[in-house]
Design a protein around this ligand. Sequence first.
Ligand code: SF4
Ligand code: SF4
Length: 340
Amino acid sequence: MGFLLKPEVFDGVLKELGQTYRLYAPVRKKGEGRYTDVDVVRYDFVQSAGEIELEAKSDYAFKEFLTPLSQTLFFFTENEVKEADIDEKPVLIFLRSCDMHALKRLDHMYLENGSEKDPFYERLRDQVKFVLIGCSHSYEDCFCVDMGSNETKEGYVFSVDFVDGEYRCKVLDDEIAKVFSEADCPKADVEPLFVKENDVHVEIPDDIPLSIYKNELWDEYSVRCVNCGRCTIVCPTCTCYTMQDVFYTDNGKVGERRRVAGSCMIDGYTTVAGGGQYRRTNGERMRFKVLHKISDFKKRAGYQMCVGCGRCDMVCPEYISFSACINKVNDAVRKEAGNE
Ligand code: SF4
Ligand code: SF4
């Protein structure tokens, strides 16, 4: 079922939905980017349609609701443990097709990776429904088409595209369709917009031999990468975290446990007892990250982890391109196989 809505009508629909849901969407934060007078687009709770950034691609991913940078899991005293409360009001998250595909990766990591589901992820996940933001064009660093994440057929409650001054929405959820039906807007055949072509292309070898670990292509990243970890913080499919216990008292018996974002790109991530580190150079860390995204994960899950959103390229202070690195891996594998 599709609808065409004037801006004030779409705003009214969101206000009505806001009675039931919290709305979590990309928002343009003026002047809060990395440099003076530069904006950043990141997720936040909104109250109205005008606050949502539908044109620019978000610099940060929607995952910050499901996997917050810092999340208190529980509080403890000498004899008791109490799980942290959460806001029980359901949430509508606005996101693009590549991020819908990223959601599948997050679900795999937190709900299907091992014998137990992660309860702290699951209770947030159970609160959430998704609104698909259409893509009328590709963005500078996107390679979603080659990663197969440019289109989404299901899993969202409605889609939204802003075209020629009106919002075009395809509604898949019956309850939400009632809200649209009661609004002053005509019905129409609507399909979300998807890109069919990106400027950036990647080629991933079907089989990446273990010898790639010793390839000299990684050396470049030991020089260029400054292990800031930004690429993993913005990545919608990165899931690594670490634990912190925060003590309120000197005796260490009262406090809280937090889960905080971790990154395989930063110093200390692989430090073990005795001071050993499995990956000391930034090139080794880049190798681990890249091969996890385009090889290791697929061996277990059956599909690639990277969805080609290009955010890691956008945020890297050293202009390191993930897609360029994928193609370097492809070239190296072909060369080793004697195809070039
Ligand atoms: S590795 Fe880069 S391009 Fe791939 S999903 Fe993560 S941020 Fe997006
Ligand atoms: S954002 Fe760039 S410099 Fe920072 S860790 Fe990632 S690849 Fe290295």
